[in-house]
Write a protein that binds this ligand. Structure first.
Ligand code: ADP
Ligand code: MG
Length: 692
């Protein structure tokens, strides 16, 4: 037991470290012996990854590997002292020159194997001017280095490659002995996923014999990383469901069935069908449902939610849907009233606007269980509103509500099933990583016949032409949005900036009515501005991103985005989703400042598929630093690549769920290893973990 704990000992006590180096290791995130083992190279060099010396030409920028055959310091006529070293690989020789660094003479020795990166010049023959170099091996006693693979570690100021390599070399064998006992996955499990043993994985990553052995080793660590994250999720999911039992809504589908088959004015897409079947499964099961329904703007989540609400009603229970603003609640109320009217179900609206006797009556009806469907804002979770027979709670645009509000609605719902809806498309792999505690349904298909919004990326030279186009749309009776990024943290400054732009646009469009919405306005004022736009009383709506998640104005056909380079892809996509909601062809004009549009904007213009954009976003932001993980307080993925390792993710998730459902506390003897690893890895994560 004592031996096992030693992996948590401070790195300071390892051979060759000490207090000063320990501080530097800490900068690399290495504070314990275990961290050092997991501090694996971020790349490798061998003869196959570097250029051949003989092939170098002046003008090249290259990395080569060679043994130092001679060296020395030469003064120039101008008094500059230049350190020279000639290196050799199997193909030939080249001279490297470091002007002004004569002290390198004490560092570089004959026989050392160097990895050198720099530009090739012509100076009495070819000469390499190194930008960087690393001593890969001290040489002499070692072989020429041919065929060997050299690890390159993430290093930091004051802690070089060579020093890290030396510390790893001095400690690796002992640490591998210790880690060998920590293998958590038994042989059958490893075989099922195709995982190498933990010890082998770590040994390979630090000392690969051939490059091709690195990937299986990485996969092993990736699996482990995904597994423990999913274990964290599975436990959160279990606790959520253990807190209150659910309801089994098993009545025959009198309302929901005929709604989906006969009353909807369209056929569900196959993605909607799938989501609907998953929701039915949850609602019929006695476990409480916590499901995230994800789908791009316009993918038809509302119809699916409506069917679920009717399912609650046909079981004699109540359904509530909560929207983030009054306006959105009103919109849902209109839509749902239309959809449910043929079935004799009348949704009621409860927002902050309902006061006095009207509010009291409604609250009484809700308490008595007489009101079967309620649409509302957070007024639904305020004092005095209590559901008599809660069956289903739907939360729209979940990210717009605080954790507290979501929790309050969930608690107000007693044992009601919970359906959370989100219009932010993210790849399934990322959703499973972020929201592992919720079950997930994704609508990744648009209803047929939807016209794509035509998107143009424009520089500031094109402003006049672009606004002339906007004018033609207004002349044709359409409406337009002009959106500015939130430039400042302060509402006051933002309001001033938006107001200035507003004045400029007003002088451009003197013959039209303009509206202005910004963060300084109260929600009633904002809603009023939006209502005027909705009624067509204003033609052009100038706004900061407060309309990002907004209402349907089918007559709006143009979205102009100013300083588009300041928006993230997800936001751009949401903004564009505000148009193209009616029958007319719609357009998005994204202005950028600078000479070339960033890649993000080009991707934005190329496709309007939200999931494709989300994947692109993931790619552009780079792996290992997945957006949202830190924001959610979850650990950053170091080894896993959500795209490439999707199979591992799915397997890890399944295993984690099975494990937790059989032994929630991980108390069984054979499962204690998981409890301990989880505690060591994510000491502070479980407490941090919120509920969706
Ligand atoms: P979301 O809530 O996902 O943004 P909505 O539910 O508001 O999307 O649907 C957007 C529009 O598409 C609505 O006008 C709706 O009537 C229509 N719609 C939804 N599902 C379908 C379908 N399967 N076929 C045709 N039109 C659909
Ligand atoms: Mg919606």
């Amino acid at each position: 037991m004592a031996r096992r704990q030693t992996l948590q000992r401070p790195v300071q006590y390892l051979k060759g470290v000490g207090p000063r180096r320990a501080e530097r290791f800490a900068r690399l995130g290495v504070t314990t012996a275990r961290d050092l083992l997991y501090h694996v190279p971020n790349r490798y060099e061998d003869a196959t990854t570097v250029a051949e010396i003989a092939a170098l030409r002046p003008g090249d920028d290259a990395t080569v590997m060679g043994t130092v055959v001679s060296k020395g310091v030469l003064p120039t006529r101008k008094g500059l002292r230049i350190f020279h070293a000639v290196i050799r690989d199997h193909s030939g020789l080249i001279e490297c020159a470091w002007p002004g660094q004569p002290w390198l003479d004490n560092k570089v020795e004959r026989g050392q194997l160097l990895l050198v990166t720099g530009s090739v010049h012509f100076f009495h023959g070819r000469q390499l001017r190194p930008r960087e170099f690393t001593v890969l091996a001290e040489g002499r006693d070692e072989s020429s280095g041919e065929g060997r693979v050299y690890p390159i570690y993430p290093a930091t100021e004051g802690l070089s490659q060579g020093q890290i390599r030396a510390v790893v070399d001095a400690n690796l064998d002992g640490l591998l002995e210790e880690i060998a006992e920590r293998e958590a996955f038994d042989p059958a499990w490893r075989r099922a996923v195709g995982l190498v043993h933990l010890r082998e994985a770590l040994e390979t990553l630090h000392r690969p014999e051939i490059l091709s052995s690195v990937e299986p080793a990485r996969r092993r660590l990736a699996y482990e990383e995904l597994f423990y994250l999913q274990l964290l999720h599975a436990r959160a999911r279990h606790r959520l469901r253990a807190r209150s039992p659910g309801l089994a809504l098993a009545a025959p589908p009198e309302l929901s069935g005929s709604f989906v088959r006969e009353h909807l004015p369209f056929r569900l897409t196959s993605a909607q069908e799938r989501a609907w079947a998953e929701i039915c499964g949850d609602m019929e099961s006695p476990e409480r449902m916590y499901r995230l329904l994800q789908g791009d703007v316009g993918s038809g989540k509302t119809a699916v939610a409506a069917a679920a609400m009717l399912k609650a009603v046909e079981n004699g229970l109540q359904a509530a849907i909560m929207a983030p603003t009054e306006l959105l609640a009103e919109q849902h109320h209109r839509t749902l009233s239309g959809l449910m009217a043929p079935l004799g179900v009348t949704p009621r609206l409860l927002t902050g606007a309902a006061t006095g006797a009207r509010r009291r009556d409604l609250a009484a009806g809700i308490r008595a269980g007489e009101v079967s469907v309620v649409v509302g804002t957070h007024a639904l979770i305020q004092e005095g509103v209590e559901f008599g027979r809660p069956g289903l709670v739907v939360i729209d645009e979940q990210h717009r509500f605080g954790v507290e509000q979501r929790r309050a609605l969930r608690d107000a719902g007693g044992s009601a099933d919970t359906l959370v809806m989100s219009a932010t498309p993210i790849p399934r792999s990322l959703a499973l990583t972020l929201y592992g505690d919720l079950d997930l349904s994704i609508i990744d298909e648009m209803p047929p016949g939807r016209r794509e919004v035509i998107t143009g990326i424009r520089g500031s030279d094109d402003r006049d032409a672009a606004f002339a186009f906007v004018r033609r749309q207004l002349q044709a009776g359409r409406q337009a949005y002009v959106v500015y990024p939130l430039v400042e943290k302060s509402d006051a400054i933002e309001a001033r900036a938006a107001t200035a732009e507003f004045e400029e646009l007003r002088s451009r469009f003197p013959e039209y009515e303009l509206g202005l919405v910004h963060g300084r306005l109260g929600s009633a004022e904002k809603d009023e501005m939006m209502r005027r736009f909705l009624r067509g009383e204003t033609h052009l709506l100038v706004a900061t991103t407060v309309i990002e998640v907004g209402i349907d104005v089918p007559n709006a056909t143009v979205m102009v985005i100013e300083h588009a380079e300041r928006f993230g892809l997800a936001q751009l996509h949401q903004l564009r989703g505000r148009v193209g909601r009616g029958g007319e062809q719609s357009y998005c004009v994204a202005f950028f400042s600078g000479s070339v549009p960033p890649d993000r904007l080009r991707a934005f213009a190329r496709t309007s598929d939200g999931f494709a954009l989300a994947r692109e976003d993931l790619r552009l932001r780079g792996e290992g630093n997945v957006f949202g993980l830190q924001q959610h307080g979850l650990p950053v993925l170091r080894f896993a690549d959500l795209d490439r390792d999707y199979d591992l993710l799915i397997h890890a998730r399944e295993r984690a769920r099975v494990l937790v459902s059989g032994d929630p506390e991980l108390a069984e003897r054979s499962n204690r290893v998981f409890a301990r690893d989880l505690a060591e890895r994510y000491a502070d994560q479980e407490a941090l973990y919120g509920v969706g």
